[in-house]
Design a protein. Structure first.
Length: 554
């Protein structure tokens, strides 16, 4: 039998000098009968030859251990990394184990420096056709996105009723690349933040790699005061910046889970995540803790891969898609039944960090849509009073998150041409949300998700498979969808990213060929019995067509 050390050695490389900062690590979920202190010592001793450092995920989560391998990074083969996770699970009899893979399933718009400096290698127009051209006329109308969500009316509604307006006093946490000094953020009411990457209290964006200034840009549409060009949806909210990622196109789930836990432990009321990637046991548990702590959690639906990514895809998280100034879907927005609601995401006026360029400009992506929507959550909490809303949710046998989502659905503005199965219930309507009776929408039928969280996590992966390959491919009574979910999702999102859909003019120059499935681990190959799914994943030699531009194949 392959030992965990052998499997990890096969999955990782010695980090080259000056190479990738993120060290290889695995998240280990303990069984209820395992003692965290004793298990950490056992794993660290067994992996000493590598060596490994084993610590709890966070102060809120002692039952998830993180085994970090200083000086080692993951190789390019995700299947080998997942195989190492399965070996760890088996060797130490864990509930679950997963590699904390840096994933690139959340493409972002090219650098704002494009045109003034070369676009970073590998990001030239990537993915082709995903990004809309700028609309110069919108530069003279920097508040168009606020009006599309009826935010000014919501501010006036609160003021007229002598309620706290503009999100006053509500703490909004934002795991992102951190923030940097910017004129559009001067005067923001902030609270102490954190850097989970460096484990210190300085959430400053170093502006080094990937998407420099991404956290500053998304913060601006959330909390920028009304003084200059950009105005946030909640300009009086208190901002909690958390540096959790170096780049939105290189995300690790453990860092995001730690950011969520830090925010919950330090009093956040809303958490907004302009990021996304694969499912993760540690991330899902952190989301559940946040919801149980009466924190409203939202995430971007995702960009360019068409289907909703995680954490937005989890039932516990509110998924926000993107629209344009005409209430049409932004061409790069992820979409599908997992979307809850939409908000402006195309050519939104936001702060930007550019060398030799203007301090503001048009930005696009569901990163901005979710930040705008999170500000509306802050307006709602401030208007009614968070303690009052928590009491009201308890009286209705709901979580605060569930009550907010119910009202968000019930009050969303539905444009004349709208597909609720692709873009959620409509565009966020802040004024209608604040004015709504707290019982609105309770009489509507809803689909009850399983009470078991592992089953809910499994459903989020099964739905991705069904969207991609058709519902018949999820009929597999022997496959452990929870255990193998992260690897299955990684394979499918890879196929999605390399073969986006053709609609709205995406990649018209690309051949209409399906994407090939990447290699998967032997563990997963042995576990899949559904012949159609085996064919889609290329597990029987000759594969069936994978994901084409129209998604599921007939």
């Amino acid at each position: 039998m392959t030992t965990a050390i052998d499997a990890i050695t096969a999955a990782t490389l010695v980090q080259p000098p000056g190479g990738i900062v993120q060290q290889a690590r695995f998240a280990l979920v303990l069984r209820s009968t395992q003692d965290p202190v004793m298990q950490a010592a056992e794993v660290q001793t067994a992996l000493a030859p590598l060596p490994a450092r084993v610590t709890p995920l966070s102060a809120l989560e002692p039952r998830v251990l993180v085994a970090e391998l200083p000086g080692r990074i993951f190789g390019a083969d995700a299947a080998v990394a997942f195989a190492a996770g399965y070996a760890l699970q088996e060797e130490f009899d864990l509930a679950a184990a997963e590699p904390d893979l840096p994933t690139g399933f959340f493409p972002e718009e090219p650098s704002p420096r494009a045109g003034k400096e070369p676009v970073p290698e590998g990001l030239e127009g990537f993915p082709p056709g995903c990004w809309a051209p700028e609309e110069p006329a919108l530069d003279a109308d920097p508040r168009w996105a606020l009006r599309a969500m009826r935010v000014p009316e919501a501010w006036a509604f609160s003021q007229a009723r002598q309620r706290p307006s503009r999100g006053e006093g509500v703490i909004v946490a934002q795991p992102d690349t951190g923030v940097t000094r910017h004129a559009e953020l001067v005067g923001v009411a902030s609270v102490p933040g954190f850097d989970v990457l460096s484990n210190d209290a300085d959430p400053t964006d170093p502006l080094g790699v990937g998407n420099p200034g991404h956290g500053t840009a998304t913060a601006s549409v959330l909390v920028s005061p009304e003084a200059l060009v950009v105005t946030g949806t909640a300009p009086r909210a208190r901002h909690m910046p958390i540096r959790a990622i170096e780049s939105v196109i290189r995300i690790t789930q453990v860092s995001v889970a730690r950011a969520i836990d830090w925010a919950v432990g330090h009093g956040a009321h809303v958490i907004t995540m302009s990021l996304g990637g694969i499912p993760s046991f540690s991330l899902h548990r952190a989301l559940r803790r946040a919801v149980d702590a009466d924190v409203i959690v939202l995430a971007a639906a995702g960009n360019c891969v068409r289907t909703v990514v995680w954490p937005a895809r989890y039932d516990e998280c509110i998924a926000v898609a993107g629209t344009d100034v005409r209430d049409a879907v932004w061409r790069g927005s992820c979409r599908g039944p997992a979307v809850d609601v939409s908000a402006p995401g195309e050519n939104v006026i936001r702060a930007r960090v550019a060398q030799g360029g203007p301090d503001v400009g048009q930005g696009q992506g569901t990163s901005f849509a979710v930040a705008l929507a999170a500000g509306v959550a802050a307006l709602w909490l401030a208007h009614h009073g968070r303690a009052n809303l928590i009491a009201a949710a308890r009286a209705r046998d709901e979580t605060l998150q569930a009550m907010f989502l119910r009202l968000l659905h019930a009050t969303a503005r539905r444009p004349t041409v709208w597909d609720p199965f692709e873009l959620g219930s409509g565009v966020v309507d802040a004024q209608a949300l604040l004015a709504a009776d707290l019982d609105l929408g309770r009489d509507r039928e809803t689909v009850q998700m399983p009470s078991d969280p592992d089953a809910r996590a499994a459903i989020s992966v099964e739905s991705l498979v069904a969207e991609s390959f058709g519902p018949e491919t999820v009929i597999d009574e022997t496959l452990d969808w929870h255990r193998f979910g992260p690897e299955i999702a990684t394979a499918l999102l890879h196929m999605r990213l390399t073969a986006p859909p053709e609609e709205e003019g995406l990649r018209p120059e690309a051949p209409a060929e399906p994407a090939l499935a990447p290699a998967v681990s032997e563990h997963l190959a042995e576990a899949v019995s559904n012949p159609r799914l085996r064919g889609r994943l290329g597990l029987d030699g000759e594969s069936e067509p994978g994901i084409g531009r129209e998604g599921a194949q007939p």
